[in-house]
Design a binder for this molecule. Structure first.
Ligand code: G4P
Length: 283
């Protein structure tokens, strides 16, 4: 299997830029993919954020397994950290973010009110690895299309405060926050979700991983997606893959079959799923 390289140089640059700007904000909005609550996080943030209030936004909840999303929200909860699950495609879901920020900041806002400051503007920094939906969230919170920094080369990297319709101003993350891919499974999960380029991992590796994962965790979804029998499901993932290649009339073209499986999964044909399971942490 291919080893995916993670570049410490990129990470250090992002780390320094984030560190500088953290001093300017009250709260960090960390956007993750609800299908990958751990793998779409960046551990560098834990070192940097420390005691700053943090809201973990599990975005794309429409694609994730709702029971896992609930478990993850309970897992993340602590006095400094709140979490919320949203589908950023729907503007009304963004209201929940505003409510959660207000809750996290309640004590500070009260203090300001008591000292006579009535309209304190909360400053928040938005952070997320590519493809988790950061631009969508920022645009919806701002109520218009804004030039989001990072993620794409050539987009402005100036430090601009983004005004929202409420008493919150947002700061986009400077540069690109790369995911930390320190094991192959994380790399494959990120590739499966579309967070890293398909070309970095062979399509057949991704498809075999997906089949194995669904055989173990979501056999009924897999069965329904491809009209499989219970006996088909008991084949190992390689046998099942060959079976599906035949079923697709692509018996000699493993890359094309793998690509079809991956595209089907991304389009939601396999159903709602979560690739990181709370129960499997440290197992
Ligand atoms: P980024 O800035 O973090 O890189 O992510 P971005 O907002 O560009 O979103 C990446 C893709 O994810 C986009 O789709 C976007 O529409 C989609 N997306 C964002 N939030 C959600 C969500 O809550 N649910 C679902 N299902 N999708 C979401 P795309 O196909 O890359 O682009 P486009 O077709 O929207 O132009």
């Amino acid at each position: 299997m291919t080893i995916i390289q993670w570049y410490p140089g990129h990470m250090n640059k992002a780390k320094n830029q984030i560190q500088d700007r953290l001093k300017l904000v009250d709260v960090v909005l960390e956007i993750r993919d609800a299908r990958l609550p751990l793998s779409s996080a960046n551990p560098v943030l834990d070192q940097l954020i420390q005691n700053k209030k943090r809201l973990i936004i599990l975005n794309k909840k429409d694609l994730a397994d709702a029971s896992q999303t609930k478990k993850w929200q309970q897992y993340f909860q602590n006095p400094q950290v709140a979490s919320v699950a949203i589908d950023a495609q729907h503007t009304q879901h963004l209201q929940i973010i505003i409510q959660k920020i207000n809750q996290l900041m309640a004590a500070k806002l009260k203090k300001f009110q008591q000292s006579g400051v009535q309209n304190y503007t909360i400053r928040a920094m938005c952070i997320g690895i590519p493809n988790v939906g950061k631009s969508t969230v920022l645009n919806k919170l701002a109520g218009k299309n804004i030039a989001v920094t990072g993620n794409r080369p050539g987009v402005t990297k100036n430090q601009n405060w983004i005004k929202t319709k409420s008493h919150i101003e947002l700061l986009d993350t400077p540069g690109v926050l790369w995911p930390k891919i320190d094991d192959e499974t994380v790399g494959i999960k990120l590739a499966l979700s579309g967070a890293i380029k398909d070309s970095l991992v062979p399509q057949t590796d991704i498809a075999l991983f997906a089949l194995d994962f669904f055989q173990k965790h979501y056999p009924q979804l897999l069965q329904a997606a491809y009209h499989l029998t219970t006996t088909d499901l008991q084949e190992n993932n390689k046998e099942l893959f060959l079976h599906l290649c035949q079923q697709f009339n692509m018996a000699d073209d493993y890359e094309r079959s793998a690509n079809k499986l991956i595209q089907d999964l991304r389009k939601g044909i396999w159903g709602q799923y979560t690739l990181d399971w709370v129960q499997e942490i440290d197992s």
